[in-house]
Ligand binder design. Structure first.
Ligand SMILES: C[S@@+](CC[C@H](N)C(=O)[O-])C[C@H]1O[C@@H](n2cnc3c(N)ncnc32)[C@H](O)[C@@H]1O
Length: 338
């Protein structure tokens, strides 16, 4: 059983990690998870003894990678959190800075609580701070219906009304109305249990994928690529970006999702990646556009291409996706001259 904690990430590979790991072309070595998202693949790589470099353009994912991939032994206790004395003046300043969340994704009194928790995080040393921020992230997501920050405010208000929700959907969704802190304490043990040392120097990065590859100054064994594709649930900046904005940590990054330019940008990415690794493994599915064959065709000139398939049923946050998907892995072993 994996110790991967409760993260809640749209498009995650949680239920596919065993299959992904089984199909990797090297059984040990260094792997870059270039679009790590909720870190499910990074975590499985760590559990399987690889050295993992997790990268994502979002700070909310960087925080996760710091907390559960890079961090080998720093756990958090409820007692040490309760002992922290926060500075009311700083809380007030934070409150002003994150006012944009008020009546957008949370009620005003919740923004006050969030400001207090952010101030609390300032009192923790680096490793513990990222654990705490990862827990704040989880609490923030759990409090929003459909687990994403771009749900319109009027819909959030409606769905957080437990009577309305019960009448309409037969679900009270009471967890949306717990405090952030209640969520944090509920998840503390689960997150602590996910911390382990795989005796490797795993690292977290918050970079645009192109920059990450350019900065990589060593050859790795595998670069794993699970990018946002056009015509999927791909608005990650909108789903989670308020977290980055709260901490003033948003960065510029290449938008890969436009249908017209995807292949061109993707090829550029592969071309840079091919000089930094022995192999590239790409996740996609039979509904992805561009298609599996378009992408496989593009890859052929870089080396030997193998395709693996697996039937899979994705869970969409607010409904069961009835149409089964065929999950695909394209494995590219790079030719020597690249
Ligand atoms: C499909 S998700 C990855 C899901 C991940 N494999 C998991 O299991 O949770 C794609 C990720 O790419 C990130 N992303 C989008 N554009 C990026 C870019 N230009 N550079 C780096 N990351 C990017 C998004 O923030 C998102 O987390």
């Amino acid at each position: 059983m994996s110790r991967y904690p409760k993260i809640n990430y749209i498009g995650n590979k949680n239920n596919l990690t065993d299959w992904i790991i089984d199909n990797l072309p090297y059984k040990k070595g260094k792997v870059v998870d270039l679009f790590c998202g909720g870190c499910s693949v990074s975590f499985a790589l760590k559990e399987n003894g690889y050295t993992v470099y997790s990268n994502d353009s979002l700070y909310s994912n960087y925080v996760l990678a710091k907390a559960i991939i890079e961090n080998n032994n720093h756990k958090l206790t409820k007692e040490e959190l309760e002992d922290i004395v926060i500075d009311k003046k700083i809380v007030n300043e934070i409150k002003q800075n994150i006012k944009f969340l008020e009546n957008r994704i949370y009620f005003p009194e919740e923004v006050v609580e969030l400001s207090e928790l952010i101030e609390k995080s300032n009192h923790l040393n680096d490793e513990k701070k990222y654990m705490y921020l990862a827990l704040i992230r989880r609490a923030m997501i759990r409090k929003i219906p459909y687990s994403r920050m771009n749900v319109p405010w009027n819909q959030i208000v409606k769905l957080r009304d437990e009577e309305y929700s019960y009448e309409k959907y037969k679900r009270r969704r009471a967890y949306h109305n717990l405090t952030f802190e209640q969520h944090i304490y509920e998840n503390l043990e689960n997150y602590n249990e996910s911390i382990f040392d795989n005796k490797k120097m795993n690292k977290a990065f918050q970079l645009d994928s192109f920059q990450m590859l350019e900065k990589l100054d060593e050859k790795v064994d595998i670069i794993y690529i699970d990018p946002p594709y056009p015509s999927t649930m791909n608005k990650y900046g909108e789903f989670y970006g308020y977290f980055d904005k709260m901490f003033n940590k948003s960065i510029e990054y290449e938008n890969l999702c436009s249908k017209d330019t995807f292949l061109e940008k993707f090829e550029k990415l592969i071309s840079i990646a091919s000089s930094k690794t022995k192999s590239i493994v790409i996740s996609l599915n039979n509904k992805t556009k561009p298609s599996v064959s378009d992408i496989a065709e593009l890859l052929k000139k870089y080396g030997k291409v193998t395709i693996k398939e697996k039937k899979h049923q994705y869970k969409v946050t607010n409904k069961e996706n009835k149409n089964e998907t065929i999950e695909v892995l394209i494995i590219l072993k790079i030719k020597e001259e690249h």
